[in-house]
Ligand binder design. Structure first.
Ligand code: GLV
Ligand code: MG
Length: 355
């Protein structure tokens, strides 16, 4: 076992000191783009004004013969683009692929100072994070990077789910986890062919009517991802890092996408992937705390004083626990309001409250 005293020491001489905390930064949508596609690359500066996170994707969805072009395209985009308040992330190829080593080496060496987070797919256990952690430290030291790069893992293998708590705690660089329903379904041998969302066959049915065995019986679709998402949220929170819902593949079904995103928001996720520009607005809407909830939360906080005791507000019991929920809601709203003047006004935050 490694001594806790050493946990925050740089893992290579000359590498930056790993972070002790991962401050929350709005990351409601992680918008994926293909850096090998010149049309998409041209849209990056504009997308940077609309998104919390832009992610240059090098992994799945990029043809094998475009892997090098995507990597090089991302280097060019990283060097030439002013991202403003938008974060730049990348998803590298999986660690067992022929591209992962060059992805990491090239990106850290060329644009390590521009990248915020590196997403690692198909993580199976803490050993994958330890490898990336060590390699990043060596590469940062060589490139003279001053701000440590953060690691984000995709939870998309059955073994990854079994080891999720250890993955979250494997390095101080861990920033968060995204839920990857497509690969997870394949890895678990689930009998689905979709990318996230529900399934009409995964349902519960009411009991038969004893007086009429042939009467129709109401059914309700259930969420096949509930267990994993909830487990991921607990594992992330226990390690002080952030959970995200991943992809929703049916781009035309905006309503179901919104429902899936909202279910994860309510469970504790802070954002989701957007795979198409149409999903940017959906993620923004869902992962921004609703204005009426924020007003209510501010009222509870104001009336609860130091948060102790119990008060009734509009017939609803408030105590320490509801006070804390309200603080979570208002703090998230404030961070979003800091970069969104319209939202700040809608929530009636004063500039003092946001400074
Ligand atoms: C995402 O990468 C997924 O496999 O769902
Ligand atoms: Mg995947």
């Amino acid at each position: 076992m490694r001594s806790p005293k050493d946990f925050f020491k740089p893992k290579a001489i000359g590498a930056p000191t790993p972070p002790r905390e991962i401050p929350f930064r709005p990351s409601r949508m992680i918008h994926f783009f293909d850096p090998s596609n010149p049309k998409m690359a041209a849209k990056v500066p504009d997308l940077a004004t609309k998104c919390d996170v832009l992610l240059g994707n090098l992994e799945d969805a990029i043809d094998s013969d475009k892997k090098v072009a995507a990597r090089e395209g991302l280097v060019k985009i990283g060097r030439e683009t002013d991202f403003g308040a938008c974060q730049l992330w990348t998803r590298v190829n999986s660690l067992d692929s022929p591209w992962a080593l060059d992805d990491l080496t090239t990106l850290v060496s060329e644009i390590g100072d521009k990248l915020d987070v590196i997403m690692i797919p198909k993580v199976e256990g803490p050993w994958d994070i330890h490898y990336v952690d060590q390699l990043l430290a060596q590469l940062e030291a060589r490139a003279g990077i001053e701000k440590p790069l953060l690691i984000h893992a995709i939870l998309e293998t059955h073994l990854g789910v079994v080891n999720v708590e250890e993955i979250c705690a494997a390095s101080p660089r861990m920033q968060g986890l995204s839920f990857g329903p497509a690969d997870l379904a394949a890895s678990r041998r689930m009998k689905t062919t979709r990318v996230g969302g529900g399934h009409p066959g995964y349902l519960v049915r009411t009991d038969p009517d004893p007086a009429n065995a042939d009467a129709p019986r109401v059914t309700a679709q259930q969420d096949p991802w509930h267990y994993t998402l909830a487990r991921m949220v607990d594992a992330c929170t226990a390690s002080g890092i952030y959970p995200y819902y991943g992809p929703f593949g049916d781009i035309h079904d905006a309503l179901a996408c919104e429902d899936q995103f909202r279910a994860s928001f309510l469970l504790g996720c802070v954002g989701a992937w957007s795979l198409h520009p149409a999903q940017i607005a959906i993620a923004k809407k869902v992962f921004t705390p609703p204005v009426d909830e924020v007003s209510w939360a501010r009222r509870v906080i104001a009336e609860m004083g130091d948060g102790s005791g119990c008060v009734m507000i509009d017939g609803k019991m408030q105590d320490d626990a509801t006070y804390k929920q309200c603080v979570v809601m208002v703090n998230a709203a404030k961070l979003i309001a800091q970069r969104d003047p319209e939202y700040a006004e809608a929530c009636s935050f004063s500039s003092d409250e946001l400074s």
